[in-house]
Design a protein around this ligand. Sequence first.
Ligand SMILES: C[S@@+](CC[C@H](N)C(=O)[O-])C[C@H]1O[C@@H](n2cnc3c(N)ncnc32)[C@H](O)[C@@H]1O
Length: 225
Amino acid sequence: MFFIFSSMSFDCFKETIELGDTVMLYLGVNSMHALEVQPKIKNKKEEMVENVFQTTYGALKVKDLVGKKYGSKVELSKGWAYVLHPTPELWTLTLPHRTQIIYTPDISMIIFQLEIRSGSIVVEAGTGSGSLSHAMIRCIKPGGHLFTFDFHSHRVSVAQAEFESHSIGQYVTVEQRDVCRDGFGAQLQGKADAVFLDLPHPWEAVACAASVIKESGEFGNIVIL
Ligand SMILES: C[S@@+](CC[C@H](N)C(=O)[O-])C[C@H]1O[C@@H](n2cnc3c(N)ncnc32)[C@H](O)[C@@H]1O
């Protein structure tokens, strides 16, 4: 039997790496990888094999990370690397791209302008690769909630799986929906402190977005011309 372990790496800071953590393997400023600390991984033939991560400085047996201190130096077969604690900023630099993403300088401005804080109810479309979502979740937890929408079913299921595996699934609801056609759902009407649209045609969702914002809420969107 094979177990998938999940621990708290994105939800709170801790000293030591545990099974199930997502860690950032830092080889250099332009070479960083997000690794899930699982002892086994599926190969191309769908067989479970030892999880060995290959880098330009040689191989790393991922299970050997368990018990190492975050921030420490680890040996690779032909060199060394640092293992860093995950943050939304490092996730943005290492996440698997399914779409274009928003990067940290813009994310900071978006969060500041929308006045997103602990306890905020935030609505976002589209979810995309979840780059902005991770940063928003860190701001709103523990009392707030992010409702994020995308019409692409694979992007929805992968984002949901990543939030769960990062132990932040309790702060976010991911829904497959065409927000330009169908809006954001009756249950969110007048509930959101902030709404953010990163869509190809955001103007098509503005009327529906307006209807979910509280009287005192904020609205923002990205328009690419
Ligand atoms: C540029 S990506 C968003 C990237 C995201 N902000 C991030 O930082 O990772 C735009 C997303 O909007 C989704 N999308 C486009 N039109 C949509 C619509 N009408 N309703 C819901 N999602 C839509 C796409 O599937 C895509 O995943």
